[in-house]
Design a protein around this ligand. Structure first.
Ligand code: IPM
Ligand code: MG
Length: 371
């Protein structure tokens, strides 16, 4: 088949990690007999440099005209980058939020599991015999605090800022439905995370989730307060299957979940609308401090490309081939810098490689199903 993909390399380490994902995608498509048509577009800081704005209508239109969007990362270091001299709505991050909104990407899937080979990179101590876990965070992506009205004004001589947290029941129901559907093909458990002891939006969230759960009698649903969830993630991540939560809580919990997989460089993500269209990006940021050094970990982006094949193109065998190649690369002791243990003793048998070599190693381990 022909895969039409819009490609946003973005800023910082974005171009480096995206070219590794493309290397792996090109290889898997060559093996399975697909062709890819990439449409490169600008978004984020690089778009500001060329067009003065982080997102143009042309970028939105080109993304909409393809079947999926593959993205690296956007943004820079606010302490030094001129992009952050601009008004907040003109900065790189505003482009990403506007793109998610324009494409209707309300459900953000962030799977976190611990590769057997990365047990020693996991910062959690081994308790109860095992550290293994396999969970997916389903984060609402186009509502809540990120999109509510905000302003900063002077009231009685005091600078005062307001951000608005708003959800309606339709927005809650559609993302909850995704979570239940995903749980159905996993271990059939949804943990709905909120702050219902304080927030009205959370109380509405609970009501909607519980009403919807009647349609999914095969799936267990439990509620958890977000502060407790943050604690449970480091205490016993194995208890989770699908974590369903609102935009801001999901942003925070997914960084936490990524780190217990060994590195923030491991966590992929898929942002979906009601159709098979999606935007696929690593959960991490643009890491401007290591940009251009060819040392970033491209695995989150490569695994995001695998999610793209599975969710937008209905190619689970090809997606599985990429995931297996990543696993085999790690099994062979090949590590990007972020995955190397600090302890010299534990480094034995491991080989530290650059970002581009990691891409080469993973691509080289892709095998034909007929081989
Ligand atoms: C993420 C990022 C973004 C978010 C930023 C860059 C706006 O942290 O995708 O998790 O908060 O959604
Ligand atoms: Mg984040």
């Amino acid at each position: 088949m022909e895969l039409n993909i819009a490609c946003i390399a973005g800023d910082g380490i974005g171009p480096e990690i995206v070219s590794q994902a493309r290397k792996v995608l090109d290889r898997v498509c060559a093996i399975y007999g697909h062709t890819i048509d990439y449409h490169d577009v600008l978004m984020g800081g690089c778009s500001i440099d060329v067009y003065g704005v982080p997102l143009t209508q042309e970028t939105i239109d080109i993304c909409k005209a393809q079947d999926a969007v593959l993205m690296g990362s956007i943004g820079g270091n606010p302490a030094v980058s001129p992009w952050y001299q601009l008004a907040p709505q003109k900065r790189p991050e505003a482009g990403l939020l506007a793109l998610r909104k324009a494409l209707g990407l309300f459900a953000n899937l962030r799977p976190a599991y611990l590769f057997e080979q990365l047990q020693d990179a996991c910062p959690l101590s081994v308790r109860n015999g095992t550290r293994s876990f396999d969970l997916v965070i389903v984060r609402e992506l186009t509502g809540g605090l990120y999109f509510g009205e905000r302003k900063t004004e002077i009231i009685d001589g005091v600078r005062t800022a307001v951000d608005t947290l708003r959800y309606n029941e339709k927005e809650i129901e559609r993302v909850a439905r995704k979570a239940f559907e995903i749980a159905r093909v996993r271990r059939k458990k949804v943990t709905s995370v909120d702050k219902a002891n304080v927030l009205d939006t959370s109380r509405l969230w609970r009501q909607v989730v519980h009403a919807l759960s009647k349609e999914y009698p095969d799936v267990t649903v439990e509620d958890m307060l977000v502060d407790n969830c943050a604690m449970q993630l480091v205490n016993n991540p194995a208890q989770f299957d699908v974590i369903l939560t609102e935009n801001m809580f999901g942003d925070i919990l997914s960084d936490e979940a990524s780190m217990i997989t060994g590195s923030i460089g491991m966590l992929p993500s898929a942002s979906l609308n009601e159709t098979s269209f999606g935007l696929y990006e690593p959960s991490h940021g643009s890491a401007p401090d290591i940009a251009g050094k060819n040392i970033a970990n491209p695995i989150a982006t490569i695994l995001s490309a695998a999610m793209m094949l599975r969710y937008s193109f209905g190619l689970p065998a090809e997606a599985g081939a990429i995931e297996n190649a990543v696993k085999r690369t790690l099994e062979d002791g090949i590590r990007s810098a972020d995955l190397m243990p600090r302890d010299a003793e534990k480094k034995k048998g491991l080989r530290a490689v650059s970002c581009s070599s990691m891409g080469d190693e993973i691509a080289a381990r892709l095998v034909s199903p007929h081989a």
